[in-house]
Design a binder for this molecule. Structure first.
Ligand code: PLP
Ligand code: ZN
Length: 407
């Protein structure tokens, strides 16, 4: 791990040498003592010039100096396309919309960025088994990369995870425990099991190395929008690691002197489950039940990375908004029909958030916004079908087709 200098507790700011502590700050505990990796940015600046980046392969390993790995794996991940969406922009009532389609990652979600780093780290630490608790994508992604690496994976899912995600886990050969309870309970059980069984823990909030994978999306946005930056980057928020990671990636690209601009972060939560947005506004929140939103990937009543997420949005000068399930479903249809991007509910929430931010006056109509579409719509067909409409049944006759196009 050449360029990591220390791991800093986001709570008490104490610094630890890499390898000194297992996952979180012992003084602050696993809930608050989330660690954040710091790097020798001077050395990184020497190596990561625009010229050097120009010669590197188009995947997330191009940022290797700022990743917590000695040996870089060859697995494909990252460098997802950005789709220009003028028709969607018109419908939302904003000047410009771009969609960064993370659904094109190997297992269909943004989580591949973290899981690939997690599996590579587990291999480097000679782990025999890797485990995680997830509402779905972190798990299916971990199972995919573990299968590629030949590392056994144990996954704890809450009982309301959508079937396509469970199918992915099983097909990738993971051991799947469906916990009869909430995500919070599945998470706690996984933590205990990792401690008791000595498994490598891929849970993103406590494993500070994983968020380093997530930040590569921010670094890519910096590169892909180098001369044409968006005013806002909209990201849906569950635990908060994704938006914190994207914020860190953008910041590090600035600190390396590769870009000179800033962009505001728009954190988007589901109206039924919005503890991070509430914390941002200084409101108290109560840990609710589960399945309080159609967007299962951000249905996180007890978020594990509130502080990092709130800090990232605040530092960017951005804001949080909450969106309804109705808004999320409409955004799935709009992104599909008007931009050709099929998003799962949590991913479409970022698009729905733009409309809400405009309505609330948080975002100006003249703004240019990039929405991170964090997961593929094929991950949750049942939700999509609630808004998709139905096919038209016809007999196998040309006249029947013609009739459909007459008034
Ligand atoms: C995990 C996930 C998110 C939110 O990421 P957090 O780190 O939990 O905030 C958003 N969208 C999708 C599709 C996800 O899988
Ligand atoms: Zn601490």
């Amino acid at each position: 791990m050449p360029l990591i200098t220390e791991l800093v507790c986001v709570c008490c700011r104490r610094a630890y040498a890499p390898g000194e502590v297992a996952y979180t700050c012992p003084a602050c505990g696993p809930a608050e003592g989330i660690l954040d990796a710091a790097y020798d940015l001077g050395a990184a600046r020497q190596a990561m010039t625009w010229e050097a980046l120009g010669r590197r392969p188009l995947n997330q390993w191009r940022y290797r100096e700022l990743l917590p790995l000695d040996a870089i794996p060859e697995w494909p991940v990252g460098w997802t396309p950005i789709v220009e969406a003028p028709r969607l922009a018109r419908e939302l009532g904003v000047a410009r919309v771009r969609l960064k389609d993370e659904g094109r990652n190997l297992t269909g979600s943004f989580k591949d960025r973290a899981s690939s780093v997690g599996v590579a780290r587990a291999m480097a630490e000679r782990a025999r088994t890797i485990a995680c608790a997830s509402t779905g994508n972190a798990a299916s992604s971990l199972a995919g990369y573990a299968a590629m690496a030949g590392l056994p994976a144990v996954i704890f899912v809450p009982r309301h995870a959508p079937e396509p995600k469970i199918a992915q886990l099983l097909i990738y050969g993971a051991t799947v425990f469906r916990v009869q309870g909430s995500y919070a309970q599945a998470y706690d059980l996984c933590m205990k099991a990792c401690g008791a069984m000595g498994w490598y823990n891929r849970n993103c909030a406590i494993n500070s190395y994983l968020v380093e994978g997530k930040k590569t999306a921010g670094m890519e946005i910096a590169e892909q929008c180098r001369d044409d930056p968006p005013d806002w980057v909209a990201v849906s928020v569950g635990d908060g690691c994704t938006i914190a990671g994207i914020g860190k990636g953008l910041r590090q690209m600035r600190e390396l002197g590769l870009i000179g601009w800033r962009t505001k972060l728009l954190g988007v939560q589901a109206a039924g489950v919005a503890p991070v947005a509430k914390t941002f506004r200084g409101e108290p929140f109560e840990a609710g039940g589960f399945a309080a939103t159609v967007a299962d990937s951000i249905d996180v009543p007890v978020p594990r990375n509130v502080r990092k997420a709130v800090d990232a949005v605040r530092e960017s000068g951005g804001a949080f908004v909450e969106v309804s399930d109705r808004g999320i479903l409409c955004a799935i249809r709009s992104a599909g029909q008007l931009a050709g991007v099929f998003a799962e509910p949590a991913a479409a929430a970022a698009v729905a958030g733009v409309r809400t931010a405009l309505e609330r006056g948080v975002m100006a109509a003249g703004a240019s916004v990039l929405c991170v579409v964090t997961g593929s719509g094929l991950k949750d067909i049942k939700s999509a079908m609630q808004i998709a409409g139905v096919p038209i049944d016809i007999p196998p006759e040309l006249d029947a087709v013609r009739r459909m196009f007459e008034d």
